[in-house]
Design a protein around this ligand. Structure first.
Ligand code: ATP
Ligand code: MG
Length: 432
């Protein structure tokens, strides 16, 4: 690959497509603000330690996928691979747990994330996430409100074929008991496991459940279920989550082998899968509860719940479901200037019309009338202002409604001072 081309696993988001991105981002802002979430923006890079221990040293993200480096001051830094650890770092550093803030404290973010992965459809090295975090509530209603918001967002976008999958990891005690049960179950199968899973067996046995390797999948089919190892508190939390989802008529399935690739979760975890991309299910959003992360960063004991979605995968889902997304810039006015003598007046016209509140454009290449009118059609301008040398001498312009073909002459004076009246007069015919 040429060094003058974009790096592997990155994309240029060009006009024609960037409008779709903005549509997704605008929809997120609208939906999230209805739920009282505010935007937070954290740096694109962090100290390596912010990510490593919180996400987990033995996770794929930290052990294989980090874009980390030493800067000129010998600081070990990394491009952020995900949003939650940076947001929790910021929450603690800026004392957002303070009494002056409404609880739960709710934020959303959107922006690029970086992971050194093998690129394929929906898997990039620079990808983009929209995510949310809520701090300070251990109420299962927060879990469910957050899941409901994610579902709302997808429905607002026009995405229909999605499935909610939930599981629980329980509290610390339940998870430790389950971890041991899992090790006891997996050890006799050691030789059947993939190399990665052999390594994970003692480091991080829950990750074996999540393996995409065929051999591992066969082994874990009969693995013990976390649901049998939940203590009273943990099973109560999970029961309430299920009850609350049912109260909101949100359908879900439970997958006790779903564990998520990050270590900071406890209790509820969930994924939203799309059936629309290819012939396997794809995760488009994922998240859960993390009740000890704030303390890990040195803040007071504060529960948290959040999720993140990949914009690239949301786009693939929209395409696969055939959802039409509005693209392109609407254009109100195009100024057709004929002859070099009208160059100055054309610029004054287009600027004045813009200042009066309309979108406007003009010809800059001194093209013939025919070519300029072709551009008018291409851009879909509503009104066409024509000025040639004779009009300039008379101090007038011709203005035509591109759809109704109605055309009238107006003084330059009127265009400069009261374009609203002209616009209303010529657009009136369209309403009938
Ligand atoms: P996967 O199992 O697909 O690797 P993950 O568990 O690593 O996903 P998370 O870290 O939970 O994913 O990130 C949440 C969401 O971000 C994913 O559901 C996905 O939509 C998106 N995402 C994660 N990694 C990538 C990537 N490399 N390229 C594009 N989108 C991604
Ligand atoms: Mg991954």
């Amino acid at each position: 690959m040429s060094l003058l081309q974009r790096p592997k696993g990155t994309n240029d988001i060009l006009p024609g497509v960037s409008e779709k991105w903005r549509f997704i981002e605008d929809t997120a802002r609208l939906v999230f603000s209805d739920y009282q979430y505010s935007e937070i923006r954290t740096p694109m890079f962090e100290h390596y330690e912010v990510i490593s221990r919180s996400v987990g040293d033995t996770t794929d993200i930290v052990s294989k996928e980090m874009y980390d480096f030493y800067d000129k001051g010998e600081r070990h830094v990394t491009l952020r691979p995900e949003g939650t650890a940076p947001v929790v770092r910021s929450y603690v550093e800026n004392k957002l747990y303070g009494p002056e803030h409404v609880k739960p404290y709710k934020v959303y973010y959107m922006g690029p994330m970086f992971r050194y992965e093998r690129p394929q459809a929906g898997r990039l090295r620079q990808f983009h996430q929209i995510g949310v975090e809520a701090f300070g509530s251990e109420n299962p209603a927060t879990d469910v409100e957050s899941i409901a918001m994610a579902m709302d967002f997808f429905h607002q976008l026009g995405i229909q074929k999605i499935q909610l999958v939930i599981n629980t990891l329980g509290n610390k005690e339940s998870r430790a008991a389950y971890r041991q049960a899992l090790i006891d179950f997996l050890e006799p199968h050691f030789e059947e496991l993939s190399e990665d899973s052999k390594r994970r067996l003692h480091e991080n046995p829950l990750r074996v459940l999540d393996s995409k390797d065929k051999k591992d999948k066969v082994v874990v089919e009969n693995a013990p279920s976390i649901l049998d190892y939940l203590d009273e508190e943990s099973s109560q939390h999970f029961e309430q989550v299920k009850t609350l989802l049912e109260a909101l008529n949100i359908e879900y399935v439970i997958d006790t082998n779903m564990v998520r690739g990050l270590d900071y979760y406890n209790h509820t975890i969930f994924e939203i899968m799309s059936d629309a991309i290819g012939n396997t299910q794809t995760t488009i959003a994922a998240g859960g509860r993390y009740d000890s992360l704030v303390e890990y960063f040195g803040g007071p004991e504060t529960p948290g719940f959040g999720f993140a979605m990949g914009i690239e995968r949301v786009l693939l889902t929209l395409e696969a479901e055939g959802v039409e997304i509005p693209t392109g810039n609407e254009l109100d006015i195009y100024v057709v200037g004929l002859g070099e003598a009208v160059n100055v007046e054309s610029l004054k016209l287009v600027q004045s019309i813009r200042k009066q509140g309309y979108s406007a454009d003009r010809d800059f290449l001194n093209r013939k009338a025919k070519a300029q009118f072709k551009t008018v059609d291409k851009l879909g301008a509503k009104l066409v202002v024509t000025i040639g040398e004779s009009e300039l001498e008379e101090g007038i312009v011709k203005i035509k409604n591109a759809k109704t073909r109605e055309e009238k002459s107006y003084s330059l004076e009127e265009v400069y001072t009261n374009f609203d009246a002209i616009y209303d007069e010529l657009m009136e015919g369209e309403q009938e």
